[in-house]
Write a protein that binds this ligand. Structure first.
Ligand code: NAG
Ligand code: NAG
Ligand code: NAG
Ligand code: NAG
Ligand code: NAG
Length: 464
């Protein structure tokens, strides 16, 4: 195309030269000498130079120029066409590059590897679902459904491998959606997982697993200022389903147990309709417990245990607890005057206390409830004043400590069957700062907590 331009330029230049040549020719005729003839006619002779005006050449040139510029025009338009096409190609290349990059980025390369990956993902899913299935008690329709779909997917992938490899993406999407559903399902079942059931009285479990949120039953019947006390449900091994509740707020000084109430149903408790409301003189601390129709408590200013018949409101038996240290020396952390804490579990009546020999560490004694004799004694290595309370379940002592004003932690265990101590962490939410007493009922497997005057109740779950 440059050539054509040059050609045209040359052509133009030669035309100019031609024009100049003509002018020169005219000049040549300027000083020609002339002669006069007889008739007075002036004659002059001109000798034209050899280089006569090249009219034909000029014409030829003109034709060539025209042809050339025509060609040039053609070439020029061709160029324009080509560069347009090149632009288009560039665009296409760019598009392809982008697509390739995209494919690389999303790692979608349809190779054998994809099928390996798919198979791995599917077997992962399968493993998850199998785990989920086995962790669920009984059958779960959703999990069964997902399991079927995964099995179908495995078959599908095997088929596809020998056929259409482009469906890898579709399968991927299916896997992702299955994974999400599995996760949802797992989260849901984690929330609603049904803990193994252990019938009342059964100790065929491996200890406390968790406690529920507290159920606030009521404020104690004497009112808000009666912050110390105990409450719970009677356990009568011969008639475990019968409901009898006791509520025993201490006097406001936090020492004397003087008045207590017995309710013959939970509704009566809620309605403040006691079957008995009685006075004793006096118990000490908030460690009392009701077991098989008798109230057991620590007799005031003594080392004595009292067995009390609430129906007749009479003391049946009073007996010393050997070596027990009393007088608020080794009470619980944050809870005064509870040197003797009675506890009831599946196997009967216990008392939790300290001795001089134990140096304030918790001592557990199993009592014969008929005679109040100590049947057996266990020494723990847990300092009693550093725990906030304790209770017994299936022969295992559980001790608590405050985490903050709203949470208590069951952190220590002592198994009287093996003499083994243990650490656990079961968090108990509480409503107010101090847990004055915790009692356990083997029939409903609930914890009864006296929390700064409020009566709280917790469901428990056990480890299988
Ligand atoms: C390039 O891609 C864009 C968007 O995908 C499309 O609109 C355009 O037609 C493509 N151009 C070519 C040349 O393929
Ligand atoms: C599994 O595949 C069979 C046959 O293709 C189909 O009838 C069934 O509905 C599939 N099941 C699930 C859970 O997708
Ligand atoms: C479900 O609980 C198990 C064990 O309790 C835990 O490993 C898993 O991460 C939990 N899953 C979800 C989705 O919360
Ligand atoms: C224990 O129970 C509480 C209250 O229901 C619950 O929030 C918590 O997640 C449970 N803890 C465990 C470890 O299951
Ligand atoms: C409690 O003591 C009485 C009287 O000694 C006895 O008959 C009874 O079997 C004892 N009970 C238990 C559970 O050991």
């Amino acid at each position: 195309m440059k050539h054509a331009q040059v050609a045209v330029l040359l052509l133009v230049q030669s035309m100019n030269a031609l024009a100049r040549a003509t002018a020169t020719t005219e000049a040549l005729f300027a000083n020609v000498p002339g002669t006069m003839d007889d008739e007075g006619t002036c004659q002059c002779s001109v000798y034209l130079p050899d280089t006569t005006f090249p009219v034909q050449k000029a014409e030829q040139l003109e034709i060539i120029a025209a042809t050339l510029s025509e060609k040039f025009e053609i070439e020029l338009s061709q160029v324009k066409k080509y560069s347009k096409m090149i632009e288009l190609y560039q665009q296409q290349i760019l598009n392809i590059t982008i697509r390739v990059e995209h494919m690389e980025k999303s790692s979608v390369s349809y190779t054998e590897l994809d099928f390996q990956l798919l198979k791995m993902e599917i077997s992962d899913l399968e493993r998850l679902v199998t785990q989920l299935k086995s962790s669920l008690v009984g059958s779960n329709v959703i999990v069964e459904q997902i399991y079927l779909e995964i099995t179908n997917l495995t078959i599908l992938v095997n088929e596809l491998e020998s056929l259409d490899k482009n469906n890898v993406l579709a399968i991927r999407r299916q896997i992702v959606s299955l994974q999400n559903r599995l996760k949802e399902c797992e989260e849901a079942t984690n929330k609603t997982i049904i803990p193994p059931y252990f019938p009342p009285g059964s100790c065929n479990h491996r200890g406390l697993l968790n406690v529920s949120q507290p159920y606030i039953v009521k404020l104690n019947w004497r009112g808000f200022s009666y912050k110390y006390g105990s409450w719970g449900r009677d356990y009568s091994p011969s008639n475990p389903e019968r409901e009898v509740y006791w509520v025993a707020p201490l006097n406001t000084n936090g020492i004397y147990l003087e008045y207590y109430r017995i309710y013959s149903s939970f509704d009566d408790l809620l309605l403040f309709k006691p079957i008995y409301e009685s006075r004793i003189t006096y118990g000490e601390g908030s460690g009392a417990a009701l077991y098989n129709n008798y109230l057991y408590y620590h007799a005031y200013n003594s080392r004595h245990m009292v067995k009390h018949n609430f129906k007749t409101n009479t003391m049946v038996l009073r007996k010393e607890l050997p070596d027990a240290v009393t007088g608020n020396r080794f009470s619980y952390a944050g809870v005064s005057w509870q040197d003797m804490d009675f506890a009831v579990d599946e196997s009967g009546l216990w008392v939790i206390y300290s001795t001089e020999r134990s140096m304030g560490n918790i001592v557990i004694s199993k009592l014969n409830e008929t005679t109040l004799d100590v049947v057996n004694t266990w020494q723990t290595r847990q300092y009693k004043p550093s725990v906030s309370n304790a209770f017994m379940v299936c022969g295992v002592l559980y001790a608590t400590r405050p985490m903050n004003t709203r949470k208590e932690e069951i952190f220590y265990t002592y198994d009287t069957a093996t003499g083994q101590e243990g650490r656990i962490s079961v968090i108990m939410d509480k409503k107010l700062d101090t847990v004055q007493s915790i009692g356990y009922n083997p029939t409903d497997q609930r914890l009864y907590v006296y929390n700064d005057g409020y009566l709280l109740r917790y469901d428990t779950t056990f480890q299988s």
